[in-house]
Design a protein. Structure first.
Ligand SMILES: Nc1ncnc2c1ncn2[C@@H]1O[C@H](COP(=O)(O)OP(=O)(O)OP(=O)(O)O)[C@@H](O)[C@H]1O
Ligand SMILES: [Mg+2]
Length: 291
């Protein structure tokens, strides 16, 4: 079976851009895999998201080299509207996504376009409203809700379509900590239940690290690092060089590992880190006891 995403020697230059936004990118993502993408401003993260969703080259002029395949098929070769059944994209700017008069219509719009029957639309609407906590807002016009609520609507509209590949470009930038945590719980659930492929572009790594199998660092349009999450964060110098913030707990243990005081995998969060540090303390006190 073809990979969910297969990007080969892919470069993209916007018609009015300053050189190539993406340069000779190679990236294979299997169905069900979760890949976190980080990189400084202007690194090409959004361009990568657009390229997977076909907005580039569909909605933008520019020069493309190489190939971007979704489920084994080049993005431009999908008949109109068909790629959107495979790939859902949640933008960081939710406003750009709204077209309907109420939140409910916004959610239903995409489902009607999929040609689903009314009972199926009803079932998905209830499911997604429950999942994202939007029930009380369904009859509101999208312009009367807060930025964070808009972001939840944008996410819900895409989730309702149940794409096999979900690309999220800073989808929680306007959410409060609790709502953000909930979104990542939902993504974790989707992965488990529907084997959704996830591409997570996020500056805040706290929630990405526990979920991502792999991390990709984009810098100046190139993939500077692509590694399983635990070994990705061992490359502290490279990450710092690009001005990226590594979660504190991960950084502490990564330093212990780099200095030869710890040999296991890096933790995915504070809880794991606590266990690792306890392990290191126990090992060193046993050593001292033996002297
Ligand atoms: N529509 C466009 N036309 C011309 N150049 C563009 C366009 N959109 C983006 N670029 C350029 O392409 C490069 C990559 O931009 P992109 O938006 O993909 O970066 P990013 O990693 O998403 O940044 P951020 O963290 O700020 O969201 C930048 O140099 C940017 O100026
Ligand atoms: Mg961006």
């Amino acid at each position: 079976m073809a990979n969910a995403i297969e990007i080969t020697n892919y470069s993209w230059a916007y018609a009015h851009g300053n050189g190539k936004a993406l340069k000779a990118v190679n990236l294979s993502v299997e169905q069900g895999e979760c890949v976190g993408v980080i990189g400084p401003n202007g690194a090409g993260k959004t361009t990568l998201a657009y390229s997977i969703d076909g907005l580039v080259p569909g909605q933008y002029h520019g020069i493309k080299e190489g190939t971007v395949q979704i489920q084994g098929r080049e993005v431009e070769d999908y008949p109109k509207g068909m790629l959107q059944r495979e790939v859902g994209l949640v933008f960081s700017d939710p406003e750009a996504q709204f077209t309907a008069m109420t939140v409910e219509d916004e959610l239903v719009f995409g489902l009607e376009n999929l040609g689903l029957d009314i009972p199926e639309i009803r079932e998905r609407l209830d499911w997604v409203a429950e999942l994202t906590g939007l029930g009380p807002l369904l009859q509101k016009p999208p312009y009367e809700i807060s930025g964070g609520q808009k972001q939840r609507v944008a996410l819900a509209a895409v989730l309702a379509m149940r794409p096999r590949v979900l690309v999220l470009d800073e989808p929680t930038s306007m959410l409060d900590p609790l709502s953000r945590k909930r979104v990542f719980e939902v993504l974790g659930q989707l992965r488990k239940v529907q084997n959704t492929t996830l591409i997570l572009i996020e500056h805040g790594l706290e929630h990405v690290v526990p979920l991502a199998d792999r991390m990709v660092l984009l810098a100046e349009g190139e993939i500077a690092l692509d590694a399983p999450t635990p070994s990705f964060f061992e490359k502290l110098d490279l990450l710092h060089h690009h001005g990226l913030h590594v979660p504190g707990a991960v950084e502490v243990v990564s330093r212990l590992k780099n200095s030869g005081r710890y040999f296991g995998e890096l933790p995915r969060g504070v809880e794991d880190a606590r266990l690792v540090i306890q392990e290191i303390i126990d090992a060193s006190s046993t050593k001292q006891g033996a002297v």
